[in-house]
Ligand binder design. Structure first.
Ligand SMILES: [Zn+2]
Length: 349
C-alpha cells in the first residue's frame, strides 16, 4: 500500500503550506483498507496512509512526530445512533440516582439535591432502578412530596420510559389523572408520562437547556463520538429544544448532530414542516410501543411477571404503512421505535 502514496513532508524542506505530519505506530489501527494495519500517517487533518510496521519504518524519518501507540486501538470516531441530547445533559448536570442502592438512599439523595437548589423551578433527575432495591418498589408520591418540600420533581427510571413525580408537578398538567398511563400509586407510563415530561422540560430556561446540551456534546466528544443522532419529537423534547440543539451543533467543534423527528407523516405538507425543523427523517423515537422495563413494550404473549399485560401499541400495521408510504413519496427517511415482538411484527408486516 505504501508505494502508492508519496512520502509525507520532510523536516529538511519546511514549507509554510505543508501540513504537520504524524506517524502513529505499534498499535491496532482499525480500517477496512487494511485489516492488519498497526500504523498510520496523518497529514494535517487527513489520514494519508495506513499499513504495517515494515512500511512504517520508511515514514519514520520524514514525519514531524512519531507516536508509539503501545498496542492502543485507533478507530474512526464512533457514531451514537440514538441520543436524547438534552436529557443526557441533564443527567450529567442534574440528580443522578443510578448509584442509589436502596429506596431510602434515593430519598436521601433527592432531599439533599432539593436543599442544594432552592431556586430551580423544577427538580430533574434520572436513573432510579428498583430491581436491586431491598424495598422492591419505587418512591411513593407522598415520600417525594416530603423529600422536596412540595416542589415539582420529575424523576425518570433508568430506561426513561417511566417516571415518578411529585404532586406539585402533576398540578402543572390539567387533566393528568384522566390520561392513560396515570397510576395513583405507581410510576407514570405512556401518555401520562409524556405529559409530565413535557411540563417538566417546558420549565427549563434556554440557558439551562443550552448548558445541558453542551455538556452532553462535550461528553460525547470525550468518548470518541464524532457523530450522534438526536431522536427528538413533540412528545420527547419539543421543537425549540430540537432546533436549539441543531443550531448549537452547527456553531461548535463537537460531534456532528443528525436530527430525527418522531411525528407521523400523512401528507407532503407534514413532511415539509419536519424538514424545515432540520430533521432528515420522520423517525427515531416514533413510538410503535414502549419498553420492556416499564412493561409497555408490545408483546404477543403476556409478561411473565405481569400476566395481565401485553404492553402498549401506539401504532398498528396500517398506521406504520401509511407513514412509510407518505415519507417515501416525500423523500424523507421513515423510521420507528419498536421493542416488543408484537411491535416489531407491526413494522415488518
Ligand atoms: Zn429514545
Amino acid at each position: 500500500m505504501s508505494e502508492h502514496i508519496p512520502a509525507p513532508a520532510r523536516q529538511h524542506d519546511p514549507h509554510p503550506a505543508q501540513p504537520r505530519t504524524v506517524l502513529l505506530r505499534g498499535g491496532e489501527v482499525h480500517s477496512p483498507a487494511d485489516p492488519f494495519a498497526t500504523a498510520m500517517v496523518v497529514e494535517g487533518d487527513r489520514i494519508a496512509w495506513v499499513g504495517e510496521e515494515g512500511a512504517a519504518d520508511s515514514f519514520a524519518d520524514g514525519v514531524d512526530e512519531v507516536v508509539q501507540l503501545d498496542g492502543a486501538l485507533v478507530t474512526p470516531a464512533f457514531t451514537d445512533a440514538h441520543v436524547h441530547t438534552t436529557a443526557t445533559g441533564l443527567a450529567l448536570t442534574g440528580l443522578d440516582l443510578s448509584a442509589a442502592g436502596t429506596l431510602a438512599d434515593a430519598l436521601a439523595r433527592i432531599r439533599a439535591y432539593a436543599d442544594a437548589r432552592p431556586s430551580d423551578r423544577v427538580l430533574l433527575g434520572h436513573g432510579w432502578d428498583t430491581s436491586a432495591w431491598p424495598e422492591g418498589r419505587a418512591p411513593s408520591r407522598t415520600e417525594l412530596d416530603a423529600a422536596t418540600g412540595g416542589r415539582p420533581l420529575y424523576l425518570t427510571r433508568v430506561d426513561v420510559h417511566s417516571a415518578v413525580v411529585t404532586t406539585a408537578l402533576l398540578d402543572l398538567v390539567p387533566g393528568i389523572r384522566d390520561r392513560s398511563g396515570f397510576h395513583p400509586d405507581a410510576p407514570l407510563t405512556g401518555d401520562a408520562h409524556h405529559a409530565v415530561r413535557r411540563a417538566a422540560y417546558a420549565t427549563l430556561t434556554p440557558a439551562q437547556r443550552a448548558e445541558a446540551q453542551a455538556a452532553a456534546l462535550a461528553r460525547a466528544a470525550s468518548l470518541g463520538i464524532g457523530s450522534l443522532h438526536e431522536c427528538a419529537g413533540p412528545e420527547i423534547s419539543g421543537e425549540d429544544d430540537f432546533t436549539a440543539l441543531l443550531a448549537l451543533a452547527r456553531q461548535g467543534n463537537g460531534p456532528r448532530v443528525v436530527g430525527y423527528w418522531a411525528e407521523t407523516v400523512a401528507s407532503a405538507k407534514d413532511a415539509e414542516r419536519i424538514r424545515e425543523l432540520g430533521a432528515i427523517g420522520a423517525a427515531g423515537d416514533l413510538f410503535v410501543d414502549g419498553s420492556l422495563g416499564s412493561h409497555t413494550a408490545h408483546l404477543h404473549a403476556p409478561y411473565a411477571d405481569s400476566p395481565s399485560h401485553t404492553g402498549t401499541a401506539h401504532l398498528d400495521t396500517d398506521a406504520v404503512a401509511a407513514h412509510v408510504a407518505a415519507c417515501t413519496e416525500a423523500g424523507l427517511q421513515a423510521g420507528f421505535h419498536a421493542i416488543g415482538d408484537a411491535a416489531i411484527s407491526s413494522v415488518v408486516d
